[in-house]
Ligand binder design. Structure first.
Ligand SMILES: [Zn+2]
Length: 420
């Protein structure tokens, strides 16, 4: 018998779960309109009143989408919150800064809800009180490390705030402290396995929870073989939280119950027929400080599976991710926004057009930024740019200077084959 974090909600018949969500949606839209100047203006512009949203159908047909670039633009125009703030400022207890940059304020109540969502997700993937786990996500600026740390300690697990990088340290601690679970990107754990193997160090883990990157079948198999672990996936974004979690049965990721998830045709914005591929759109219903309605994730998914799962959870399962829409990509588990690269480049007078090239060597993403340069001191500018990219885009990149980029070169040339 499976165990649940919230037995009643996780096993609620699907029609009851939908009725519960519908009630929450209506309240959430009203809250957004009444308290968020951004939504009041947006609704007023199209003549929409919260009273017009009486059910989930109204929500799907009348409420506009929001995208990452719209949030970035609104916050740039009116920093720091871009009129999104829907609670008094002094209620903020946590402020995360995601790539973009995007400021995400949380009240105490929001944060408790966000943490509980994460605990539910990790519990479903098999994290338990008896685990000692290594969290290999960043603890700075972004939600990842800190919220996962809090959520897993709430389950009762012992947590090591390992963070990113420092491969040898992760290996030493895994071995000597007897770490049983890993939470991080699959590519970093594979790197840990390769380095450990080269030093003849045997590592074993009970469970690996992977997120922020796709988990191709061959990489999953290599990780299972290297550590003897059960591989489980979570899918989420810093913008709305964990959307899906993989239970012990697998075959997809159960949707979070306090979130409305839609799958749309990215070109028309219409819902795709049940089970068909499309873009994931999510509305987190328990976040009041900065409500986001119908957030377009830019992630393409193979579809939704509504068949009952043998684990007992009733929420539909999100099938595997198959790609991205638009020009925002994930590199080494974090978002790379080409516009942010452009901001760095355009702050230098002697630089022209640029191109971002993404490649994958073994399991590591490599980023090269090719830039047109007309000055006389290439070495100095390369060093300076690398430092600026590290600071502002949060990624280590290679910089290549060129006289002229070909006219037809794509702004973003992603040569990785991630969605196998
Ligand atoms: Zn299940």
């Amino acid at each position: 018998m499976a165990e649940f974090w919230h037995p009643e909600i996780e096993t609620m018949p699907l029609d009851q779960m939908r009725a519960r969500q519908e009630k929450m949606v209506v309240e959430h839209v009203t809250h957004a309109y009444k308290n968020s100047p951004y939504y009041r203006k947006k609704f007023d512009e199209i003549g929409l009143k919260p009273e017009d949203i009486k059910n989930i159908g109204d929500f799907f047909t009348k409420v506009p989408f929001i995208s990452k670039s719209e949030i970035i633009d609104a916050q740039r125009e009116n920093p720091p919150f871009g009129d999104f703030l829907a609670s008094p400022k002094d209620e903020i207890v946590r402020l995360w800064v995601s790539p973009g940059p995007i400021y995400y304020p949380f009240s105490g109540e929001d944060l408790a809800g966000f943490q509980d969502m994460c605990s539910e997700a990790f519990f479903a993937t098999g994290i338990r009180k008896h685990d000692l786990l290594d969290i290999a996500f960043s603890y700075y600026w972004v939600p990842a490390g800190t919220i996962m740390d809090d959520a897993c300690r709430e389950i009762g697990a012992g947590v090591i705030p390992g963070g990113t990088g420092m491969t040898d340290m992760h290996i030493d601690v895994m071995k000597s402290a007897g770490v049983s679970a890993y939470i991080g990107t699959p590519s970093f754990l594979m790197h840990i396995a390769d380095v450990a193997k080269s030093k003849n160090i045997d590592l074993s883990l009970r469970v690996g929870v992977f997120t922020a990157e796709p988990l191709p079948t061959d990489l999953k198999k290599s990780l299972e073989d290297a550590f003897g672990l059960d591989a489980r996936q979570l899918y989420g974004t810093a913008d709305v939280g964990f959307i899906g979690r993989e239970c012990e049965i697998g075959g997809g990721m159960h949707l979070y119950e306090d979130m409305v998830v839609e799958v749309i045709d990215p070109n028309t914005g219409e819902h795709v027929p049940p089970g068909e591929p499309g873009e994931v759109v999510a509305t987190l219903l328990n976040r009041k400080c900065m409500p986001l309605l119908r957030y377009r994730t830019g992630d393409l998914v193979q579809g939704l599976d509504e068949e009952p799962c043998a684990c007992g959870r009733t929420s539909p399962k999100l099938l595997k991710l198959i790609g991205r829409t638009g020009d925002t990509v994930k590199v080494r588990g974090i978002f790379l926004v080409p516009k942010q690269v452009g901001d760095v480049v355009s702050s230098h007078n002697d630089l022209g057009n640029f191109q971002i090239i993404l490649e994958r060597e073994d399991v590591r993403d490599e980023i090269t930024i090719k830039i047109e340069y007309s000055g006389k001191d290439p070495q100095t500018i390369i060093g300076q740019l690398q430092k600026e990219f590290k600071e502002r885009v949060k990624l280590q990149v290679d910089v290549e200077l060129t006289d002229k980029l070909p006219k037809d070169s794509k702004l973003l040339d992603d040569r990785r084959d991630l969605f196998k």
